[in-house]
Design a protein around this ligand. Sequence first.
Ligand SMILES: Cc1cc2nc3c(=O)[nH]c(=O)nc-3n(C[C@H](O)[C@H](O)[C@H](O)COP(=O)(O)O)c2cc1C
Length: 382
Amino acid sequence: MKGPATAADLREAARRRLPRFIFDYVDGGSFDEVTLRRNRTALEAVTMRQRVLADVSDMDLTTTLFGEKLAMPLMLAPVGMGGMLSRRGETKAARAAATHGVPLILSTTSVCPIEEVAAACATPFWFQLYVAKDRAFCADMIARAKAAGCKVLFLTVDLPSPGPRYRDQRSGLSGPAGLLGQWRRWSSILAHPGWTLDVGLRGRPHTLGNVAPIMKGKVKLADFLRWSGQNFDPSVSWRDLDFIRKHWDGPLVIKGITDVEDARRAAAEGVDGLVVSNHGGRQLDGSMATAQALPIIADAVGDKLSVLMDGGVRSGLDMLRALALGAKGVLIGRSWAYALAAGGEEGVGDMLALYAAELRSAMALTGCSNIGEIGRHMLVKD
Ligand SMILES: Cc1cc2nc3c(=O)[nH]c(=O)nc-3n(C[C@H](O)[C@H](O)[C@H](O)COP(=O)(O)O)c2cc1C
């Protein structure tokens, strides 16, 4: 793609490149997708004060999170099955992220196994864990993450059971079963020969590297969906933090909090950080937009742990909005997924360079020279 490709351009390129059921898997949300839309509108509504004559000739975007220096306060959020978007997709994304000085948070349900990603990157990446019913699997995943050099563990807590994603059912990813489902999947695969040759045939996208060992060789997408459906653990509770702590002694971040009471409990449990996140509008539809929840949570616990945020971030300007609302760092999900589908490693790298340039420009226009200066004082109060 020539010239700056914004998130909207990348989304359109991904839509053209991917079979329909894969694009819908990335693009969609749960139920009526109200929260998916709300994440965007709430962020867009954040209005900033334009400041002038502030000498912004010397800009510094770096920040330190969990003891690691990042080139900017951005992380690539865990995106399950990212290797369906590009051949060996998570490895490419991790390399692009490392080149640009930010971490990829590798999903439990990645196509590329953790060891493959570690071998491809000189700088350590971070890891995201779902608590599956099979606790031995969780313990093993943590041990593998440690052995691969992961420095920070993100525990995703907003998925005790999957939110209904009707787009996935309509486009054939998770239904209907039988001939109709097969037909929907295969017709859309055949209509996208570029993806089929490059990713579908050469990329082994159905092999989910981290979970495959416990699926005893059954690694087809349908087998994985069945495994994950049976392994979401609705009994997960705060008590399970003891189990995680027993196996992981590094920085621990809870991902998927939008309620201030849960944020207070996380702080009381002594975790190192939390991500204000509604899973990109893929779980409880009608829940608060993250830009609405963020300032409340940052005010309540921001002095006790690092508050991060995701949901609807589509530019460096959105990053600044989230930071001004109180986040110490921002995760992006769909943005990098679209970029990976559209342009592989280079696509993700270009997008990160664009976000850095946009953040720099937005900071200059609001009179900020470094990340520490960003705050609520930059916002227009309603
Ligand atoms: C296709 C897709 C797959 C995802 N898979 C995971 C996952 O495996 N683990 C997880 O914690 N979050 C997962 N998420 C949620 C993201 O980590 C993140 O919270 C969300 O995408 C942020 O919203 P955004 O896409 O608007 O940036 C996924 C999101 C998408 C879009």
